[in-house]
Design a protein. Structure first.
Length: 357
């Protein structure tokens, strides 16, 4: 086939990728691999996390201001993308049966229509209003030639939600928990998932996957301490080192420590260009190289990987396959601006089949 010829005679895959794909082809038949993706279609997900609006302002950098010491940019275009838990919901939607999204937006419902129109058909949003807060918006200024980010401006209130809002959210989760197959928590650390909500989620006997991100506004404050006995956690290397306050140790040693500390069944550690690995509670590690051919924007790539691996581990798909599927999803995301791309099942299957030729 043309795909086989391309893979044989071109350098589209580097040596590390080729060795990994050879290992996967030898261990699993293509029929088995594709069957695992089809198994995901009946899963019903409860997704809990902050919706984020990602705004990108594109322009030409003109240089330093003639009067003051700051950069000047000529604006050409502006685009808006649905990020945060909204992006995760869209990544999930083509692979599973339904997603119930529980989130917060600003008290004045800014961007509400945009959020609703950006969600795919099998996503059902239950939103709560955060008092005295805007809908979280993260604006980035981009040089349109190089695509480099120049500046980020966040419109955000990181204060914890009020007690009455917390009780309403817990009551809604209580009503819906028996109608879903798994819970996915995307904790961006912006005051939505309180210790009380986390403790209630911990008490629910259902498969859970968690992503608790460290970002510019919560560094030094975000922690995993409110979560217990985690079936699946995804974290990047920087977040792992932040959680354990260790800059020097080998990343695998830190992963071992985190698994033991929080009784994690499966831990995924992402490392950018260095790929990723998944380690289980028996401390067995499965490595996977990064598959992106070019890096345009890393925003959203972790969400794409998190979405796919969460579904896979709900059905106990082998770790080496789960992280492979997640890496394929992340590669598609990192090659596009922001959350302009959501994982499409047909496209994903084409990428998968192409890689396995």
């Amino acid at each position: 086939s043309s795909s086989e010829l391309i893979n044989t005679f071109s350098d589209i895959f580097n040596n590390e990728q080729k060795l990994f794909l050879k290992f996967i082809r030898k261990k699993y038949s293509q029929e088995y691999i594709l069957k695992q993706i089809e198994r995901l279609k009946n899963i019903r997900v409860l997704l809990i996390g902050e919706v984020i609006i990602d705004e990108y302002v594109f322009g030409d950098v003109l240089g330093k201001s003639g009067k003051e010491p700051h950069l000047v940019m000529q604006r050409y275009d502006q685009k808006k993308y649905l990020g945060g838990s909204g992006a995760i919901a869209n990544h999930l939607s083509d692979f599973c049966k339904s997603i119930d999204l529980v989130t917060i937006i600003g008290e004045k419902k800014e961007n509400f229509n945009f959020i609703k129109s950006s969600l795919r058909k099998n996503i059902y949003m239950k939103y709560f209003l955060k008092k005295n807060s805007p809908t979280i918006t993260k604006t980035r200024f981009i040089d349109q030639v190089s695509q480099n980010k120049l500046l980020g401006v966040y419109e955000i209130d990181d204060g914890l939600i009020k007690k009455d809002e917390e009780e309403k959210i817990k009551n809604f989760i209580k009503k819906i928990k028996n109608k879903v197959d798994q819970i996915i928590i995307s904790d961006y650390g912006h005051g939505f998932i309180t210790k009380g909500i986390a403790q209630y989620i911990n008490s629910i006997n259902i498969f859970k996957s968690i992503n608790a991100q460290v970002n510019a506004s919560n560094v030094g404050y975000q922690s995993l301490n409110k979560y217990k006995k985690i079936p699946l956690l995804i974290i990047n290397e920087t977040e792992l080192r932040h959680e354990l306050r260790d800059k020097k140790s080998k990343v695998e040693s830190l992963a071992n420590m985190l698994v033991k500390k929080f009784k994690i069944e499966n831990l995924v550690v992402t490392r950018g260009r260095n790929g990723s690995f998944i380690i289980n509670k028996k401390l067995k590690i499965s490595y996977c190289p990064a598959f992106a051919n070019k890096i345009v924007d890393k925003v959203g790539s972790g969400d794409a990987m998190f979405s796919m691996i969460s579904l896979c581990k709900k059905l106990n798909i082998p770790n080496d396959l789960a992280i492979f599927f997640g890496s394929i999803s992340a590669a598609s995301s990192v090659e596009t601006i922001g959350n302009s791309f959501y994982t499409d099942k047909k496209y994903f299957l084409r990428q998968l089949e192409y890689s396995l030729k």
